[in-house]
Design a protein around this ligand. Sequence first.
Ligand SMILES: *Cc1c(COP(=O)(O)O)cnc(C)c1O
Length: 432
Amino acid sequence: MLNFEKSKQAFQESSRYLPGGVNSPVRAFKNVGGEPLFIAKGDGAHIFDIDGNRYLDYVLSWGPLILGHADPQVVKDLQAAVARGTSYGAPTILETELAKKIQAIVPSLEMMRMVSSGTEATMSAIRLARGYTHRDKIVKFIGNYHGHSDSLLVDAGSGVATFNDIHEAPGVPEDLAYDTLTVAYNDIEGIKQVFSAHGEEIAGVIVEPIAGNMGVIPGTADFLQTLRTLTSEAGALLIFDEVMSGFRAAFHGAQSLYHITPDLTTLGKVVGGGLPVGVFGGRKEIMKWITPDGPVYHAGTLSGNPLAMTGGLSTLAQLDESLYKQMTARTDELMTGIKGAADAHGVPITVHHVGTMWSYFFNQGPVNNFDDVQKSDVTYFAKFFKALLQHGIYTAPSQFETNFMSSKHTEADIETTIAAFNAAFDDVARTK
Ligand SMILES: *Cc1c(COP(=O)(O)O)cnc(C)c1O
């Protein structure tokens, strides 16, 4: 058994100062039980906890680290940047360079704004949609997560589902929740009904085209195409929240897989390469509504921060189609291995993956929406998660989260991981 003594002590200490001992709830291991690991360092595909245990890491900071930990080029670029100062509150060429790079990869962002988190990106996109359309209502899908701003915290999946009744969002004024209409994910009839009842009042529809905050659930092509058609007809904006799926589901984002052009897109996670960056952008005519060009207010002391821009630029510069081919092939292989291991042990499982995003549900399937996810065996998941950890594999500590692949995960790492899954299934069977 691995020794977690130092992490346990660190957690007792942090719990005196931070609610739940953490700065973001899903880190707390609440729904698998026990204490979270405190991390000392990361190196490529591995992380090391403060007790000196080493793990193959598939959390990757919840998505951003597509090049793994402490990529040598990223470290070098950041070291050079920090020596020039950390923030100026005045424009730098880096911001334009990153914007150009993003646009080259995701062309629907004709103009964009840099912010410091995915939450800020979606919050700002929603305000822009409301300002631009002069309408108040927003549509979101049950189990999609768009950060923790007021309007978007209703029925928000993952972290929220783990800790609360998903419908509840204490602290969010009822009036705001009233303007957020929620529909089941992949429910074409449901969204049609909402538009026939409220079409004229809807500012925008925000959707994760590939949902990643209730495990991985791809939107169906018909569903996403229906959203495009309905919003266009009603004069509402279609917002693709690609904070997770951007540079993850595919190099050019989920929008390239479905051949759908949203009006606005939000990015985050990979776009900062492990530094705090979010982006919202889209059609020029709409983005022109942002201050100081237009009336919709947006600002940020650290927006476009030079270190954050450098993290993004250095990361995106290393990405290309062939790297995605390699990472996707390794993800495919891992999924086949996990499915095979579960089948061999007679454990019902559904595995989903798109590009470098992957998850598995202890559930017979099919898994197409949040209700389906809820049928998963979370008790089994908790046991299994801990068994995997003992075999040196660090995955998301919740049945409702996505795991990721990095460019640093080797063929040998995949084989090690599949062997660990087999061993973990054995372990859980033995303790039954
Ligand atoms: C992570 C995430 C967010 C929130 O981003 P933060 O940087 O955590 O604020 C928003 N939308 C989606 C789809 C996400 O996965």
